[in-house]
Design a protein. Structure first.
Length: 504
């Protein structure tokens, strides 16, 4: 694949205005699928399942099978619509989106078209410097996910060059809400940052609602980013591209920046932009052509004849409205003030997707600074090394219990890191790991004094130096004691006792 020519980003912004739009798909965490009774397990169970085992006749499109709408999915969709500031339709209906879906057995997708469940909203997103940007929402509609194809026999894992493809219907029929923005103007040089902040905000909203695990790397949350450029001084919009299924916050930002630079260079060279989908390549930070982008007419939508319109009761809508959690921007500002974090400290937590676990750790009894230190430091380091999500490794309750052992003097920071490794390895709670490994700090003055006396006996010159006023020489004794105690002595107490013994 030839490398595209890119224009300098600042130069591109001098010549063109970036125009954005986003389609974010949210997988709902209902117990069953959108239109069947097939199980819809959480991430770990889903990924552990054998192919084509989480299925029902409806998911396979078998003759005579009829869809039935998941009531919990409807409630979740209404809650999400309300959280996005949308109006909820008195009546919405499903439609058949006709398209060649090799991983949907019936060869069409049940979605919503002209009558979505939620419409006309807006969401406030906050950039890293505190700037607030309003993102207009056109609609949020319900639909089902497709299955998954695995291309075999090729060198890249893509369909090009593959000998055959395998289909797994486990994901087919999983409930989705697709959130579609209106055209977004005025982001200018901050367009990539706005893209990232918007997806972060959607993730924060659906997690706070408890309707999705919202993990981009697992596909619970998927973003399609639409980018076009309009020459300065013109009213006519440019031709857009749609970069599909970008699977991290950083990649959303990078993909938007790349498309701005790529399109700007093509237009400056006198070329034209093809309206198409594009694939994001994480390894190279580039996009490549997918397929020509279809318009709505190409899908030949028509009402789904097997499903009645959805008409939620006004009482249900008000019940769900009353249960809405705090908006993400307001919640973040409240938590930052309560925890006493600087902007940079709070951004570390937020950018790591750690807000919920840090909050839960604090609720379990840890001080805010300690909770942040563990999650953004050692736990994240181990998670990165194991290529896992930090929240998978240890519970907030165990992190708080670990810190309480440090606060009580039972563990030093160094010992606490060993205990953390034991908890993550499945050896039990922090206290169980301490007991099992014998890692508690030695606090018995008698044992410490005996070790200090041994160190003095082995280094008589050190004792003389300390008596001569060279207090820094005590470091050699402290080091020897810590070594003898295998790091389980309280260094501060060892220092106190060392100076006391030298003064006698």
């Amino acid at each position: 694949m030839a490398t595209a020519k890119l224009m300098d980003f600042d130069k591109a912004l001098e010549m063109f205005e970036p125009v954005l739009g986003f389609e974010v798909h949210v997988e709902l965490n209902t117990k069953t699928k959108m239109f069947s009774g097939a199980p819809n397990p959480a991430n770990e169970a889903y990924h552990a399942a054998e192919p084509n085992t989480l299925i029902a006749p409806v998911d396979l499109g078998l003759p005579g099978s009829l869809p039935v709408v998941n009531a919990t999915a409807i409630r979740s969709s209404i809650s999400l619509g309300l959280a996005l500031g949308c109006s909820i339709a008195e009546s919405s209906r499903f439609a058949r989106k006709n398209y060649f879906y090799p991983d949907l057995g019936k060869n069409y997708q049940i979605s919503q078209y002209d009558e979505p469940i939620a419409y006309e909203g807006s969401v406030e997103v906050e950039l890293e410097d505190g700037t607030l940007v309003q993102i207009p929402i056109e609609r949020a509609h319900m639909e089902e996910d497709a299955g998954k194809l695995t291309h075999m026999g090729g060198s890249t894992g893509r369909i090009q060059g593959a000998e055959y493809s395998l289909v797994d219907y486990n994901r087919a029929g999983v409930p989705l809400v697709e959130i579609v923005t209106k055209t977004i103007f005025g982001t200018e040089h901050r367009a990539p940052e706005v893209a990232k902040a918007y997806v972060q905000t959607i993730r924060d909203i659906v997690r706070s609602l408890g309707i999705s695990e919202a993990r981009l790397e697992r596909g619970n949350l998927r973003c399609d980013a639409n980018v076009s450029l309009r020459p300065r001084g013109q009213e006519k919009l440019g031709t857009r591209t749609e970069t599909k299924n970008v699977n991290s916050m950083r990649s959303v930002e990078r993909a938007v920046r790349y498309e701005i630079q790529r399109q700007a260079q093509i237009l400056a060279d006198g070329g034209t932009i093809t309206q198409e989908t594009r694939h994001w390549h994480e390894d190279t930070g580039t996009t490549s052509p997918g397929r020509p982008k279809s318009d709505a007419d190409d899908y030949r939508y028509f009402p789904e004849p097997d499903l009645l319109p959805v008409r939620p009761a006004p009482e249900l809508i008000e019940e769900l409205r009353a249960a809405l959690p705090e908006q993400p921007v307001a919640r973040r500002r409240r938590l930052m003030a309560e925890w006493g974090f600087t902007d940079l400290e709070f951004q570390d937590v937020r950018n790591g997707g750690l807000l919920e676990v840090v909050e839960a750790t604090i609720a379990a009894g840890a001080a805010p600074a300690a909770a942040r230190k563990w999650w953004t430091g050692e736990i994240t380091r181990i998670a990165n090394a194991q290529e896992k999500d930090a929240a998978e490794l240890i519970s907030p309750e165990n992190v708080a219990a670990l810190q309480q052992l440090v606060d009580a003097g039972t563990l030093t920071d160094k010992l606490a890191r060993q205990v953390l490794e034991g908890v993550i390895a499945g050896e039990g709670t922090p206290q169980e790991v301490v007991d099992g490994r014998g890692l508690a700090v030695v606090s018995d003055d008698g044992a410490l004094i005996a070790a200090i006396d041994e160190a003095f006996a082995a280094q008589p010159d050190v004792l003389a130096k300390i008596k001569d006023g060279k207090v820094q020489a005590a470091g050699a004794v402290i080091g020897a004691v810590m070594k003898a105690m295998k790091g389980q002595a309280d260094a501060a107490r060892v220092r106190e006792l060392t100076l006391e013994r030298a003064a006698q």
